[in-house]
Design a protein around this ligand. Structure first.
Ligand SMILES: [Zn+2]
Length: 467
C-alpha cells in the first residue's frame, strides 16, 4: 500500500504525537508500493519512533526544535527508507585489502582469511571494535539495519565467551543507534557447540522475544551455517532446531564458487539439493550469493518460499559470479541486497552496491531499474529478515530514513532524482539518517560517537597485533 497522502490520521489529528518532521523533500520514495513520480513533502515520525504520515508539506521549515518537535530540512533532497544490509560480515571490517586476497579462488581466499583471524586473536574487544567501525560506516552511508553473519567463533571459546562476542557487536549497535541482526553463524564449528552457543546468545540478547527480535526492535538474533562447503548436515539440523524452538530466522550462503565445487566433490550433489534435503529451503530461510543457479534451482527456491540476498560488491570484484537477479525476481523470489564482508568487498556502502548491481544486471539477464534495487536494499532485505516494518516509509513503518541531498553539481541535470540516487554520484552519503525517529547522522556526521575515535580504536588494536 502507498503511504503518500494516506495520512495515518484520525479525524485530522495524528494518532501519535509527532517527534520528528522531515520537511519539504523534493521526492519521497516510500517503498515498493510508491506512488508514481514519488511526490515530495514531509515525513512525520511519531514520538514512538514509527512513521505517522507521509505527504504534502505542512509548512515552512523551522529547523531544530519547534514546539518540542524536531525538524529536519529536506529541501532539495530525496528521502528514502533507511537501507537494510541483508548480508554483512562485520568482523571482516578489520581485514580489508589483506595482501594476497585479490584475484584468487574462493577456496584459497577462505584459507587466507582464516589464517589472518588466527593471527589477530578473535576476542570480544576486536569483534566490538570491528563492529563499531562497520556499523558507523553503515550509518554514514545510509544503512540503518545490518545483518551481521558472524562466522568466526574460535573453538577454544566457551559458550559464555561466544555470548561475549555477540554482546560486543550488539553493544556497538546500541551505542551508535543502528539496528543489528546478529546471525550466529558457523564455519566448520562443532555442531553441538554452535547450537548451544546460538541458544545462549539468543537468550542473552533477545530472551524469549517473538521472532528473536528484542522488544525495542533494535537487536535481532538469527542462525546460519556458512554453507554446505563448510558445515555438514548435523550443523544445519541443530541450528535449525534452535531456530524452530526460539522462532529465529535462518540464513545461509549457497552457490558461490567454492560452494558448488565442494558440494560436488564431497557429496556428488549441488548445494541446493543438500539444503533442501536438510530442511533449509523454507520461507524463514534467506540464501545469500546464489551466483551459479540453474532455472530448475530458481523454480525450486521460489516454490519453497525462501528468499535471496544479492551481494555483487563481493562477488563481482572477486570474480566469483553474478546472481541472476532479474530471473530470481521473475520467479517471484524476494531479493534483498547485502555487501558481504570487508575481506572481499572492502566497503560497507550498500547504495554503491545497489548501483553496481544495476550496472552488471544486463550482463546476466535484464537491466534492473534503480527503483528495483532501492527496493531490494530496503523492503527486499527487510522481508527476508521477517521485518516488514523496515525498508518502507508508510504509516506504522519504523521511522528509519535517509535524507539524500541532490542539489549539488553531481546531480545537476538529473531528470529523475530518485533514479539519480543510483545512476549519478557514486559513493554518495546521506545528509541525515534517522533510526526509529532518532537522528543518528546529522549533516553527514555521526551524532552518537566520534568517527575518528572509532577508526583509531580499530587501528590501534590491529597495530598491536602486528607489533
Ligand atoms: Zn557472504
Amino acid at each position: 500500500m502507498s503511504a503518500a497522502g494516506a495520512g495515518g490520521e484520525v479525524g485530522g489529528r495524528p494518532r501519535t504525537a509527532p517527534g520528528l518532521v522531515v520537511r519539504g523533500a523534493l521526492a519521497v520514495r516510500t517503498g515498493p508500493g510508491a506512488v508514481e513520480g514519488e511526490p515530495g513533502g514531509d515525513v512525520v515520525v511519531g514520538a514512538d519512533g514509527r512513521v505517522v504520515r507521509v505527504g504534502p508539506s505542512a509548512g515552512p521549515v523551522a529547523g531544530g526544535l519547534a514546539g518540542g518537535v524536531e525538524e529536519l530540512d529536506a529541501t532539495g533532497c530525496v528521502v528514502t527508507p533507511g537501507l537494510v544490509n541483508a548480508h554483512h560480515h562485520l568482523f571482516q571490517t578489520a581485514f580489508r585489502t589483506l595482501p594476497g586476497t585479490r584475484g584468487v579462488l574462493m577456496r584459497e581466499w577462505l584459507g587466507l582469511m582464516a589464517a589472518a583471524y588466527a593471527r589477530a586473536r578473535v576476542d570480544a574487544e576486536l569483534v566490538g571494535l570491528a563492529a563499531r567501525a562497520g556499523l558507523a560506516e553503515a550509518l554514514l552511508s545510509g544503512v540503518t539495519t545490518v545483518a551481521d553473519h558472524h562466522l568466526t567463533w574460535p573453538a577454544v571459546l566457551s559458550t559464555a565467551e561466544t555470548v561475549d562476542l555477540a554482546r560486543a557487536a550488539a553493544g556497538a549497535a546500541d551505542e551508535l543507534g543502528a539496528r543489528l541482526v546478529l546471525v550466529r553463524g558457523s564455519a566448520g564449528d562443532d555442531a553441538e557447540a554452535a547450537a548451544s552457543s546460538a541458544d545462549a546468545i539468543a537468550a542473552a540478547l533477545v530472551g524469549d522475544a517473538p521472532g528473536g527480535v528484542r522488544a525495542d526492535g533494535r537487536v535481532q538474533v538469527a542462525v546460519g551455517p556458512a554453507g554446505v562447503h563448510s558445515d555438514g548436515e548435523q550443523t544445519f539440523r541443530l541450528l535449525g532446531e534452535v531456530a524452530a524452538r526460539r522462532g529465529l530466522r535462518r540464513r545461509t550462503q549457497a552457490n558461490e564458487q567454492v560452494d558448488v565445487v565442494a558440494a560436488l566433490e564431497r557429496y556428488g550433489r549441488r548445494p541446493l539439493d543438500l539444503l533442501d534435503e536438510w530442511g533449509w529451503l523454507a520461507p524463514d530461510v534467506t540464501v545469500a550469493h546464489l551466483c551459479d543457479v540453474t532455472d530448475d534451482e530458481i523454480a525450486r527456491l521460489a516454490a519453497s518460499g525462501a528468499s535471496a540476498t544479492h551481494a555483487p560488491g563481493c562477488d563481482v570484484p572477486m570474480g566469483w559470479g553474478v546472481a541472476p537477479v532479474a530471473r530470481l525476481l521473475a520467479a517471484g523470489i524476494t531479493v534483498g541486497l547485502g555487501t558481504s564482508g570487508g575481506g572481499s568487498n572492502d566497503a560497507g556502502h550498500l547504495l554503491a552496491d545497489a548501483r553496481l548491481a544495476m550496472q552488471v544486471s544486463a550482463l546476466v539477464g535484464r537491466q534492473l531499474t534503480a527503483r528495483e534495487l532501492l527496493d531490494a536494499a530496503g523492503a527486499g532485505s527487510a522481508d527476508g529478515l521477517g521485518r516488514p516494518e523496515l525498508g518502507r516509509l508508510e504509516p506504522g513503518s519504523a521511522g528509519d530514513l535517509c535524507v539524500w541531498d541532490v542539489s549539488g553539481v553531481a546531480d545537476a541535470g538529473v531528470a529523475d532524482p530518485v533514479a539519480g540516487l543510483l545512476w549519478a554520484a557514486p559513493g554518495r552519503r546521506p545528509r541525515h539518517v534517522v533510526v526509529g525517529g532518532r537522528v543518528v547522522v546529522r549533516d553527514g556526521r555521526l551524532v552518537t560517537a566520534d568517527e575518528s575515535d572509532i577508526a583509531r580504536g580499530l587501528s590501534r588494536r590491529l597495530a598491536g597485533v602486528a607489533a
